[in-house]
Write a protein that binds this ligand. Structure first.
Ligand code: FES
Length: 130
């Protein structure tokens, strides 16, 4: 267990380690991102956390960057250098972005699957038609 000093932290990467992402290499992705951060001596400004499922399993492997609120999809270990570089440059790794956050909420990138609605009335409507 650790209690890190976050006073210099500027970026937080939440790396999904849920079962779907784990079956697609989340452990290797996590290690690759952490290794890249260490290699670039960025441990003080980029913090990482493993999470359980983030509810976008078809996008596996998923990672989320805060404070920007950008969601990434289909990440592989080979993406780690470009992902870390983009954060440091205050940009997005656009090739792998699935959702961006704006004042109105999250915006899905065109081509990314919509997913199942969380609106119960829509779910009920769908189940009644089945
Ligand atoms: S296991 Fe990663 S989004 Fe579900």
């Amino acid at each position: 267990m650790a209690t890190w000093d976050l006073s210099n932290t500027k970026h937080h990467i939440l790396i999904c380690n849920g079962s779907s992402c784990n079956r697609t290499g989340a452990e290797e992705l996590t290690q690759a991102i952490r290794k890249e951060i260490s290699n670039q001596e960025l441990d003080d400004i980029i913090h990482t956390t493993r999470t359980r499922c983030n509810g976008r399993c078809q996008d596996k492997c998923v990672a989320i960057h805060y404070p920007k609120g950008t969601w990434y999809k289909e990440l592989k270990p080979v993406d780690a250098p470009l992902l870390v570089k983009s954060l440091v440059n205050n940009k997005e790794y656009t090739e792998k972005v699935s959702h961006t956050f704006h004042s109105q909420g999250f915006e899905r990138v065109p081509g990314v699957i919509t997913g199942v609605s969380k609106n119960k009335s829509q779910v009920n409507r769908v189940s009644k038609t089945l």
